[in-house]
Ligand binder design. Sequence first.
Ligand code: ADP
Length: 472
Amino acid sequence: MTYRLLIDGALVDGAFQLDVVDPARGEVFAQCARADAAQLDAAVAAAARAFPAWAARSWSDRAAMLGRLADAMEARAEDLAALLTSEQGKPLAQARFEVGGAIAAFRVLPTMEVKSFTLVDDEHDLIVEHRLPLGVVAAITPWNFPLILVAIKTACALAAGNTVVAKPAPTTPLTTMLLGELAAPILPPGVLNVIVDANDLGARLSDHPDVAKVSFTGSTGTGRKVMQAAAGTLKRLTLELGGNDAAILLDDVSVRDVAPLIFQAAMINAGQVCMAAKRIYAPRTLYDELCTALAEHARAAIVDDGRNQGAEVGPLQNKLQYDKVLEIIADARRRGRVIAGGRALDRPGYFIAPTVVVDLPDDARLVREEQFGPVIPVLAYDDEDDLVARVNDSEFGLAGSIWSGDIDRATALALRLQTGTIWINKHLDLRFDVPFGGAKQSGLGQEQGLAGIREFTQARVVSVSRRPLVAA
Ligand code: ADP
């Protein structure tokens, strides 16, 4: 299997080659093309050339072509899922779910047309706000959900009439490259381009004078760099960054019922989800029971190569992240009590046992930082004011969840938490028709929903005077 770049409608070799590691084995399993700066520039130039004709097509025409891309993905869904598990590590069932979501993104998001709307219509004036595409969009994605994230960005950008240069993370480039291969015979040349780097071209892409917008998902640190780079030409930006989401139990819930759901919300994709439950707060009366229940789930979870039947928690995606999570566990062991897991598995690959840590102070790394791994701190609280202050004491504000039978009480609490989304009695429920975006340093702007798609357009207000043009 060859994995090539997509530039101006052609699948091409890279100036370099890149090794791709299977995180379940810790070994290189594939090689792919890697671009140099000239290839990146060629991709941006192709996208810029393709833009006027793509923008001139009707919305429904573009949506129909994206539907054909979805059909092509569906025909290769099993290949995409297997490749996703190989490069990313997630269990095959989760990979299939991601592939299904990516296919649906190309079908559903383009149905949400951004229409012109009339602002004023009276005897003096007719003022209409039209929404036009921006131009070339850079879609920069991370390694935790390589396929669905590029699908969402690309579906929204292309439906709205922009053209795209997609750049996946260098440790998970292959599913994006396969998407490019499927798109090549369907989309006009230059409408979608796929560039792979070794973490060296993101800066050039987000600084590029011919890129109109950067849609970025990744860490808060890199998001800051993208924002700086975008300043040069005042690019439009959507930043989906880190989170340290709290899952909060209120005192009326049954721990038995809620613990499995919270465990799942923390461990899906081995905890490598920006919106995973990353800090668990329980009232002191339920604390011991919740800690015990979560520890039982952690011990029972099947940690294995994602290709094996029954695997529930796969490896960490890359060695850097694996080392970082082990450091955070070592710090947590010094500052609190590890009651489940707490170690790497004795096998090749980047596996870490699902870990539960209790009795940690609020300034422990596991509480303050985004762990992005299968490790959760469980924290006790005494009253709601104390809880709100501690949950809000974070640079992050992505999402969170509250678990209670009393919806009014949970909603009142939700309104005190500084985040972009709060789920009540669920966690990680993302829908194409509901926009999401971070508060504080978790992001800028929103993705999905009509609001998210509008961010791929520029307003042009046409203001018409209805007064007769006669000289006074
Ligand atoms: P991590 O630190 O977990 O690897 P990043 O946020 O750095 O995550 O990576 C997300 C994406 O951002 C990847 O595609 C990566 O290659 C890209 N990237 C890295 N550095 C930059 C940069 N300076 N500007 C834009 N994108 C970048």
